[in-house]
Ligand binder design. Structure first.
Ligand SMILES: Nc1ncnc2c1ncn2[C@@H]1O[C@H](COP(=O)(O)OP(=O)(O)OP(=O)(O)O)[C@@H](O)[C@H]1O
Length: 609
């Protein structure tokens, strides 16, 4: 079972703690069981025979045993909690690491909300059940079995009372648990649904406002919220029954022991002390049964959660991680591995990838070659790219232009291996990207995506993402090239996603971030779209001048909608419905390509208008 597999595997680093819990719980349970029999002796021998000396001696032993019981119980809970919390932390880390390796396809397969629920709520459930298990797995069996033995030793004549009380208690709790189980299962799904709705609404809040959909969206959320509330209420109604029923059973059992036991004392079949001990043992047994059933109640939920966690942990990312263990994303603290991690995230979200810095001397060749590449999105019927072949040479700028939906973003996404081609090869520096280590790709390629993403922090922390050791002067240089003159202070705060700067400012900061990283291949995916024509021209001119002096061998690939953004490119590819329908320089294409001429004409007419 997934739960036990997860717990066994993840508890290995805490083996010492688990052993300590087992020993301490055994001691604590033994001490708890011993106390009522000492109490019985004080009553039957000390009190009944007025043996003050015996009362003092046995009382002292009781104190010592109680002290051991308290200390061992506290220590056991301490070790148990440390273990369960540690396992929870490790599991969350493992889910997070696995998710950062997911491609966009894997993310689509699960869905973001459920991944968040699995990494937080589901892990929490498993952690809680593990803590209960560690606390009760030894205590409950020892207390119930030991309690029965001890109770029978005190008065075997009343054994039937133990059997009846345990059966009634078990039956009552089980009946409620059976009703609770399906509700718990449904609760998990409703939580996923509510998180999904909430996330969508927060992410799309601007659109919601723009279309005045607040009321409709509020209703949608309220429905999801109401669903989960109804379910929680039903759970609560059943839970509310649980405690009165248990209390009634315990009180009736106590009454029965006193009633029947009283008669037996009267008949001289048992002593008062033994009767008291019997009663305490019965209550201990019932408490142990309760612990056991509560565990049983929590288990199915934890089992479902563990299965959901295992699904994530055992999901093989659709894009293999060819990197060696040292370069595994987020496992290493080095800048480069950190970068690889971001690359993984970028893969899922379509956000920017930033490479680690490599000096000119050790920089590998950054040319990009597509050999007969065809690409189909998972689950899609038709390919979005067909037989794409081109060579983007070092020191040159290759531009890609085409109608919206023609496959430009998909094409550039294949270069940093955000997706693997369905057929054909993408070569980076002469090597097939499918066989390259992710760390190697991350070193070579950097991309400013269509929708750039900035992380919460400062301008400096965002710019240093690709190269933590970059100096302030280098950051200012990059900001100058990207025309990000609105930055007056490198410590200017940036909010999550870069929502406190404008779209154009975000694009310029992303361009600066890529420049700080100094990759061998620069990818601009429609990265000038939010800039006005003048700023667009200034950024491109400054970028070209910067590369000429610092990285004359760098390869640049620009996806653009505006011909003015790419007319100076060394090579322009015209993409139409996933195929390259023409290629050449601006002048050549004006002569040879009808599609290009049409785009050009439409844009120049627009500008004239
Ligand atoms: N994750 C995806 N799953 C399935 N199909 C997709 C996915 N992303 C894009 N597509 C499809 O692939 C085609 C090409 O999309 P792509 O984003 O590459 O076009 P584009 O030329 O960059 O468009 P635009 O200029 O509007 O950004 C589109 O028809 C789109 O519907």
């Amino acid at each position: 079972m997934d739960l036990f597999r997860i717990l066994t595997a993840r508890s290995k680093p805490y083996a010492g703690f688990v052993i300590a819990v087992l020993i301490l719980q055994t001691l604590s349970a033994a001490a708890t069981l011993y106390l009522p029999s000492l109490n019985a002796k004080i009553i039957d021998r000390g009190v009944a025979q007025v043996d003050i000396d015996y009362i003092w001696r046995t009382g002292a032993i009781m104190l010592a045993v109680a002290f051991v019981q308290v200390i061992t119980a506290v220590a056991a809970v301490w070790f148990g909690s440390r273990t369960a919390m540690g396992v929870g932390r490790d599991l969350r880390g493992a889910v997070f690491r696995r998710v950062t390796r997911f491609s966009a396809e894997d993310l689509g397969h699960f869905g973001t909300p459920t991944l968040i629920t699995r990494a937080t709520n589901d892990v929490q459930q498993v952690q809680m059940v593990y803590m209960m298990m560690l606390n009760f797995m030894v205590t409950a069996p020892i207390m119930s079995i030991g309690g029965i033995i001890m109770a029978l030793q005190e008065d075997p004549g009343m054994s039937w009372l133990v059997a009846v009380s345990v059966t009634v208690l078990l039956a009552a709790i089980s009946a409620i648990i059976v009703k609770l189980m399906p509700l718990f299962r449904a609760w998990q799904e409703k939580l996923d649904a509510m998180n999904g709705t909430l996330r969508e609404q927060i992410t799309g809040i601007r659109v919601v406002r723009a279309f005045v959909r607040e009321e409709h969206e509020t209703r949608r959320f309220e429905d999801a919220n109401q669903d989960i509330t109804q379910l929680s209420l039903r759970v609560g109604q059943l839970f509310v029954l649980l405690f009165p029923i248990i209390t009634v059973i315990l009180n009736v059992a106590t009454g029965a022991v006193l009633w029947f036991g009283g008669h037996r004392v009267e008949d001289g079949l048992v002593e008062v002390g033994s009767l008291t001990a019997f009663l305490q043992y019965l209550l201990q047994i019932l408490a142990a049964v309760m612990m056991g059933t509560f565990m049983a109640m929590m288990l199915p939920r934890a089992i479902i959660c563990a299965r959901r966690i295992t699904e994530v942990l055992e999901h093989t990312p659709s894009i293999p991680e060819v990197a060696g263990p040292g370069e595994s994303p987020l496992t290493s603290q080095t800048g480069q591995a950190g970068q690889a991690g971001q690359a993984g995230q970028a893969g899922q979200t379509g956000q920017a990838e930033q490479p680690a810095h490599t000096s000119q001397a050790d920089q590998p060749r950054g040319d990009v070659e597509f050999r007969d590449v065809t690409f189909t999105y998972a689950g899609a019927e038709a390919p979005v790219l067909h037989n794409i072949s081109f060579h983007a040479r070092p020191g040159q700028t290759t531009a890609i232009i085409g109608a919206t939906g023609s496959g430009k973003t998909t094409l550039v996404s294949l270069i940093p291996r955000l997706y693997l081609p369905t057929a054909g090869q993408v070569l980076l520096g002469g090597e097939d990207t499918a066989k390259l280590e992710r760390g190697g790709i991350v070193k070579l390629v950097s991309m400013v995506p269509q929708k750039p993403y900035l992380f919460s922090g400062t301008v400096a922390s965002n710019l240093r993402l690709g190269r933590p050791e970059a100096t302030d002067t280098e950051l200012w240089d990059a900001l100058r090239v990207a025309q990000a003159e609105f930055v007056t202070d490198l410590d200017m705060p940036i909010s999550q996603g870069g929502t406190n700067v404008s779209g154009g400012q975000r694009q310029r900061l992303s361009i600066a971030r890529m420049l700080v990283a100094r990759p061998a291949v620069y990818l601009f995916d429609d990265s000038f779209s939010a800039l006005d024509v003048v700023t667009d021209a200034k950024v491109r001119a400054a970028f070209a001048a910067d590369l000429r002096t610092r990285q004359p061998e760098a390869t640049t690939i620009i996806v653009a909608q505006r011909i003015s953004s790419i007319e100076h490119a060394d090579q322009i590819l015209v993409l139409d419905a996933g195929e390259i329908v023409a290629r050449g320089t601006h002048a050549q294409l004006l002569e040879t390509s009808e599609t290009y001429r049409e785009i050009y004409a439409s844009q120049t007419t627009q500008e004239v208008k």
